[in-house]
Design a protein around this ligand. Structure first.
Ligand code: MN
Length: 385
């Protein structure tokens, strides 16, 4: 793979395979990968093809390892040293085994924009439950893929006037999100309070929620998203531990009406992650994650309020991170206002939805600080089969 450009502050975890070697856990430092199976030994939890054993170990182990990694990085990490791989000399693999995948709808700007686009006749764009609970749905864990995996245009049932046809989607969209990754499982039957967030959640990734709007529009009532979403979800290949977003947490919008007790949080709710969505080499949007209405701690508390358990490798998406300003809108549904207008890619090219061959890239920076990158997702759209 090519350059990583991670600097020395984020120190994210991933799974790499050196040429001819077995997969192992590594940390991205600048443009090299520090091999934790070398640093901690071949019998450690890092001699594994996923982060799951390390993520399950819990906060004390996470802190101990991060201290050891920092100490090693402070000594200087360079390609050619034992246990250090050049980025170009490794394959970067899926970082963890996804257990369950849930996607929320916690961007109030996106929910409002989508309500106005899809239900223009209704006065109130938000449903009555929106400010009461973090709305979400269960997605498909088995089709979560890392960066650099192409997305094949899905086909399915589409309503066309009075007809229903089987055809490739004509409204292929993507939603800009963050995804939170669970490390420590919880007991089935026992809700997890919002203040236990840091005891269970290991880290955060960038997430692209691919969406076929025409398939979704026909199928979603009354049970919610299904095949219009389940064909693919992309995540960044490097998992950023929550430690790395320290100091970047901000208060979201005021929650009114007051939330029920189990959804109360005392601390600032969301990390301020500045994002950049690029399409065919042109930045089309710059959403910022700090304004999400529901926080990851509230989402976790809600997801387990009925006694559903957390499992190591659970992934939950924030929902589309968006804005009322076009510069920060995190889906093509919004940028094209339901397909009613085209937006520019520069050089005369325009889009409403994604075309075959399009290359989509999402990048992010913690607190907007270019020395604290979140990594990236890159994916290309392939024609329908
Ligand atoms: Mn989504």
């Amino acid at each position: 793979m090519s350059a990583l450009h991670f600097g020395t502050r984020t120190l994210p975890y991933g799974v790499v395979s050196p040429s001819g070697g077995r997969p192992r856990v590594g940390v991205a430092v600048d443009d090299v990968v520090l091999d934790l199976a070398h640093l901690f030994g071949p019998s450690s939890e890092f001699a594994a093809a996923s982060l799951n054993p390390f993520m399950a170990a819990g906060p004390a182990r996470w802190a101990e390892v991060r201290d050891a990694v920092r100490a090693r990085v402070d000594q200087g990490v360079e390609s050619g040293q034992a246990g250090v791989h050049a980025a170009g000399a490794v394959s970067v693999l899926m970082p963890f085994e996804v257990a369950d995948f849930v996607d929320f709808f916690s961007g109030i700007e996106h929910a409002t924009n989508a309500g106005r686009i899809l239900r223009p006749d209704e006065e109130e764009p938000l449903k009555p439950n929106y400010r009461r609970l973090p709305v979400g749905y269960h997605g498909r864990a088995g089709t979560v893929v890392p960066s650099d995996v192409d997305v094949v245009r899905p086909a399915g049932q589409i309503r066309q006037g009075d007809e229903v046809i089987e055809a490739p989607t004509r409204r292929l969209d993507v939603e800009v999100e963050l995804g939170y990754v669970v490390g420590v499982p919880s007991e089935h039957g026992r809700p997890v309070p919002s203040d236990r967030f840091h005891d269970h959640v290991f880290g955060v990734v960038l997430l692209l929620d691919w969406s076929a709007r025409d398939i979704q529009a026909w199928e979603y009532q009354p049970l919610g998203p299904f095949l219009g979403k389940s064909f693919a979800t992309s995540i960044s290949s490097w998992v950023v531990p929550l430690d790395a977003v320290d100091g970047a947490w901000v208060d979201g919008p005021q929650q009114e009406p007051a939330v029920l007790d189990y959804l109360r949080v005392d601390e600032p709710r969301n990390p301020s992650i500045w994002l950049e969505l690029e399409l065919e080499g042109h930045v089309v949007s710059r959403p910022v994650a700090g304004s999400l209405y529901w926080s990851p701690a509230q989402q976790m508390a809600h997801m387990t309020r009925n006694g559903a358990s957390l499992r190591t490798g659970d992934l939950y998406g924030t929902g589309t991170i968006s804005s009322f300003e076009v510069e920060g809108q995190g889906s093509l549904l919004e940028l094209s206002w339901g397909g009613s207008r085209e937006f520019s890619l520069g050089g005369g090219a325009v889009r409403s939805f994604l075309e075959d061959g399009d290359r989509v890239v999402l990048r992010g920076w913690i607190g907007g600080d270019r020395s604290r990158p979140m990594g990236e997702i890159a994916a290309r759209i392939r024609p329908a089969l």
